[in-house]
Design a protein around this ligand. Structure first.
Ligand code: ATP
Ligand code: MG
Length: 353
């Protein structure tokens, strides 16, 4: 039967070419109507100047015309800013005030390092803090927080099971690392991603939290989409490195979150410059300089801070003692603490807006 559901079904495989995600999942297809074989719907973009709009419209029309009985297709293209959009069904976590994602387009740029140290720095300032390690393929937050050997308890709460988070340095942690045998192959985890992220949100005994930080896997993939669709988020922090290529990735990340009505709090530039351990007063711009500043200007986002490349930062991560705890006076610890303060400030400003 030709109805709005069958139209949505046939449109579901059509992707936003830049984000490579379903237009239907991105909530870009609305108001589908079918009258005597005449199909119409609204395509909602975040900017009317979207350079790909003609392609997207064409892909939609092609898909709908494959359905038998379709006489015509009318696509009404509109744009709305994130502020104008109504929030689809999202369920908050009781007791949890602010959920903040730390994300990046590329792998290995320092998301987990930033997420862990920002979480600990917020806890040091007196806030109640939780951390979700949403990287189900390479969960390393337990190691960075000195919790590799932690045993987490599962408790029965009424009908459902609730996970007790692990705890260290003032931060409550839930991670796939606690639930799997590290030697088990990771292929089976993909299809369960959605369920696992929801479990980490709703089936962990978080208690009262001022901030729940989510350390994301790299990219603009299913984890980002699942998170943004599930809970109302205070914002996302995008981590980049100074190279030019990182700009493109950051832009894609920004669009993805805007599309999902999640405010982007700002950009963190990591590995900005190198401080040799034996010459702490020297700095070398290994990857060039000013990339984070340019990216933030181009995207119109605040630069929340720049973190130097410091051996102590990596060593602290490997040893399980975050640098903001072990060497709070180092340049990178100071940068991370200031970034945590900026994030807290941006979240309160946006909450009042
Ligand atoms: N500023 C820095 N100085 C020195 N080492 C760093 C710095 N930032 C990150 N590292 C090191 O680089 C490696 C990658 O960092 P991290 O795991 O935080 O990146 P990621 O973006 O979370 O990676 P993935 O995409 O795999 O999740 C780690 O060994 C970390 O200790
Ligand atoms: Mg990581």
């Amino acid at each position: 039967m030709l109805d709005s559901q069958s139209i949505l079904n046939v449109l579901r495989p059509v992707q936003d070419p830049e984000l490579q995600k379903s237009l239907v999942d991105l909530n870009m297809i609305r108001n589908v109507t079918v009258t005597d074989g005449h199909v119409s719907f609204t395509l909602v973009l975040t900017t009317p100047a979207c350079p790909l709009r003609e392609f997207i419209v064409e892909d939609c029309e092609k898909a709908v015309k494959t359905l038998p009985g379709v006489e015509s297709v009318a696509v009404d293209v509109t744009a709305e800013t994130p502020q104008q959009r109504s929030l689809p069904d999202r369920q908050g976590i009781s007791g949890v005030k602010n959920i903040i994602a730390v994300t990046s387009g590329k792998g290995g740029v320092g998301k987990s390092t930033v997420a862990v140290n920002v979480a600990v720095a917020l806890a040091q300032s007196g806030a109640k803090v939780g951390l979700i390690d949403a990287d189900i393929y390479g969960p390393n937050a337990p190691m960075m927080l000195g919790l590799s050997a932690a045993q987490v308890k599962v408790q029965q709460s009424g009908q459902s099971e609730v996970l007790e988070p692990a705890f260290n340095f003032g931060v409550r942690l839930a991670s796939m690392g606690f639930l799997i045998d590290p030697d088990q192959p990771v292929i089976w985890r993909g299809p369960m991603l959605n369920g696992i992220i929801r479990q980490f949100l709703y089936q962990v005994d978080w208690g009262e939290l001022d901030y729940l930080i989510v350390d994301m896997p790299p990219g603009t993939g299913d984890a980002q989409l699942t998170l943004a669709q599930a809970v109302p988020m205070s914002g996302a922090v995008i981590v980049t490195t100074p190279q030019n290529v990182a700009l493109m990735d950051a832009r894609r990340g920004l669009r993805m979150f805007q599309q999902m009505q999640v405010p982007v709090l700002g950009i963190v530039e990591n590995m900005s410059y190198f401080i040799p351990p034996d010459m702490p007063d020297k700095q070398y711009d290994i990857f060039g300089s000013g990339g984070g500043q340019r990216t933030s200007e181009e995207l119109g986002l605040p630069l929340l801070g720049c973190i130097p490349l410091e051996m102590m930062l990596r060593q602290g991560g490997d040893r399980g003692i975050p640098i903001v705890v072990e060497y709070p006076d180092s340049a990178s610890a100071k940068a991370l603490t200031s970034i945590a303060q900026q994030i807290a400030a941006r979240v309160s400003v946006l909450a009042l807006a």
